[in-house]
Ligand binder design. Structure first.
Ligand code: N2P
Length: 606
């Protein structure tokens, strides 16, 4: 009786453990069938996201890229790893300990260290970031695992079998293929599976060494997540889960010594699912014309991109960033092959000083005349030789009226009653800009004393801050997790539509203004197509669509009459003159940038 009771308790404990392990996956699989777009609520069953996936060229292409990389890395690592394991197992040589240590070292080196050193190495070797660099990197970080796994199997391998084969006259190759390899096959297979899994799943290193066009699935998913987790992502993840489980099942059958035929069915099904992007042919064809666009998240809708693709019969790679600093870092390495970027005004000055921009051919931009003249010919780019305004806007506070009451000062972001309910942008210039403005100073201050006072304010504010986030600050406000959020107007204007309890204000002390423009980097591989894209965004209907879907302020005068009145007259999107008078453009502050960066890093790490 007692034993049975104990058994039941153990069973329950085991079940609870498994539930804990698998609950997240179950939720993901379930929500991949959810009709609603907002992930948190169940709104009925649908297959729609799976069908939609079949049309998502970006996801399918990145899945294809992931598979190419994973298969290549697996093939190379399995051969190299097995060879190395055999050598280390069979021979005793000087400094063996050191050599073995070096072989396994990459397993313990932090990924981020490996990632940055690989980027440096590739840049020094003059290799352009792309497939080759991703595959090299994946081989680099996973070959050690292959060695370790095969060696473990070799440890239990009876050497006398090889000796017997040799005694019977088999040469070294024959011995290897007919005796050694079959003996260690499970180890080799396990090594291959492990390398495949490591490769298909890698984000950190790949995000450093992938160029445009070699984006893998994890990198693609991460970039999609920045505009919110969609059921489409759940659907891809579910498919990958099913496919890898099937492949594992096949490997398990083989290891158990079941017939190859039994293993064939799950293996075939798994490969079929993974091979779908190849079979459907919906991925980018290799000869196809491509435009590589690097733009802020929440700045262009997929349907707008698709219109351009359709019209010109091209494909657009869209990569996203959330700060000007991230953009600068990527472009300044010089080996990222983008065609169009969307920096704010001050990074344009920086890129110009470094000769990293290409002069525009105005004759290829007939719609430039649609831009509001007040946003043209500014100090940062006289005559708009290099840049065309795309969006402009303000930094302010988005807040929940029912929780915060009326907000009209930056002081709200420092109020103790909002402890844990404050969001700040993860952006040095904007956070310091806010602290400076609040105390009556310019957002372009370089005075070290004023800056360290601003830093003190930001440090003092830290216990109140729930999160520093420049990507989804609007979602976090919408979900109710924060009540007062520093952020940019467009994304707040978007969520105000979904929830009347949300309001946006440019505080009375004044704030920053940004003008974000499209530019073509000097190294752009497709400058002609880049001009076509820029001119496309200047067409009145397209500019109106971009404004309607993203809610930042369009600089396009011809688009204004095409906008519905609730957008055209929304003061959060198009601020009235008295607000405009309180705004200041963030400018390049030259050497003081380093100071801002250091002070901001200190705020975040203290
Ligand atoms: C878009 C952020 C607005 C850009 N996600 C601010 N320059």
């Amino acid at each position: 009786m007692r034993a049975r009771g104990g058994g039941r308790a153990l069973g329950l404990f085991a079940a609870a453990t498994y539930l804990f392990l698998y609950a997240p996956i179950l939720v993901l699989v379930t929500f991949s069938f959810n009709r609603g777009r907002l992930t948190a609520e169940w709104e009925g069953f649908t297959f729609a996201w799976y069908l939609k996936l079949l049309d998502n060229v970006q996801v399918l292409t990145s899945l294809r890229n992931s598979l190419i990389v994973a298969f290549a890395a697996t093939a190379v690592c399995t051969v190299l790893g097995t060879a190395a394991a055999l050598a280390l197992h069979r021979h005793r040589f000087r400094r063996q300990g050191a050599v073995e240590g070096l072989v396994t070292l990459p397993i313990v080196v932090p990924e981020i260290v490996l990632a940055s050193s690989l980027v440096l190495l590739f840049a020094a070797a003059g290799l352009r970031l792309g497939f080759a660099t991703v595959i090299l990197a994946h081989v680099g970080f996973s070959v050690s695992y292959a060695v370790v796994v095969v060696r473990a199997r070799l440890a239990g391998f009876d050497k006398s079998l090889e000796e017997a084969a040799m005694d019977l006259g088999a040469g070294p190759w024959r011995t290897f293929f007919q005796v050694t390899l079959p003996g260690i096959a499970p180890g080799v297979l396990a090594a291959a599976l492990l390398v495949f899994a490591l490769s298909i799943d890698d984000y950190v290193i790949t995000s450093f060494v992938a160029g445009v066009g070699s984006t893998t699935l994890p990198v693609q998913i991460y970039s999609m997540v920045r505009s919110g987790i969609t059921p489409e992502i759940n659907a891809v993840s579910t498919l990958i889960l099913v496919a890898t489980s099937l492949l594992l099942m096949a490997a398990y059958f083989l290891e158990q010594g079941r017939s190859t035929r039994q293993a064939a069915a799950p293996a075939a099904l798994g490969l079929l699912i993974l091979g779908a992007p190849f079979l459907l042919g919906r991925t980018a064809a290799s000869g196809e014309k491509v435009l590589n666009l690097y733009i802020w998240s929440n700045y262009i809708a997929p349907e707008t991109v698709q219109k351009f693709e359709k019209r010109y019969g091209v494909r657009v790679n869209v990569d996203l960033y959330d700060t000007n600093e991230a953009l600068l870092a990527k472009v300044q390495t010089g080996n990222a092959a983008y065609d169009v970027l969307c920096p704010s005004n001050y990074p344009i000055q920086i890129l110009l000083h470094q000769n990293l921009l290409r002069p525009l051919d105005h004759s290829a931009l007939p719609h430039l005349t649609n831009v509001d003249p007040r946003l043209l010919d500014r100090d940062y780019d006289p005559g708009n030789r290099y840049s065309v305004p795309y969006f402009w806007g303000t930094c302010g506070i988005g807040y929940r009226k029912s929780k915060a009451g009326r907000v009209d000062s930056w002081a709200a972001l420092w109020e103790p009653r909002f402890k844990g309910r404050v969001l700040m942008l993860d952006d040095a210039r904007e956070t310091f800009g806010t602290a400076l403005k609040w105390k009556g100073h310019s957002v372009n201050t370089t005075d070290p004393a004023l800056l360290s006072a601003a830093q003190a304010l930001l440090i003092q504010q830290k216990p109140l801050v729930k999160v520093y986030d420049s990507a989804n600050f609007h979602d976090v406000l919408l979900s109710g997790d924060v009540w007062v959020a520093q952020g940019w107007n467009g994304q707040f204007a978007k969520v105000m539509d979904h929830d009347p309890d949300i309001e946006y204000v440019v505080p009375r002390e004044g704030s920053s203004l940004f003008i974000d423009s499209l530019v073509i980097p000097a190294s752009a591989p497709h400058p002609e197509l880049a001009h076509k894209f820029i001119d496309f965004t200047l067409e009145p209907e397209i500019a109106a669509e971009i404004c309607r879907t993203m809610r930042y302020s369009t600089p396009n005068q011809a688009a204004m009459p095409l906008l519905p009145p609730e957008i055209r007259n929304n003061p959060a999107i198009f601020p009235p003159d008295e607000v405009l008078a309180r705004l200041e453009l963030i400018e390049d502050i030259g050497d003081a940038t380093v100071l801002y960066d250091r002070l901001w890093t200190e705020v975040k790490t203290q």
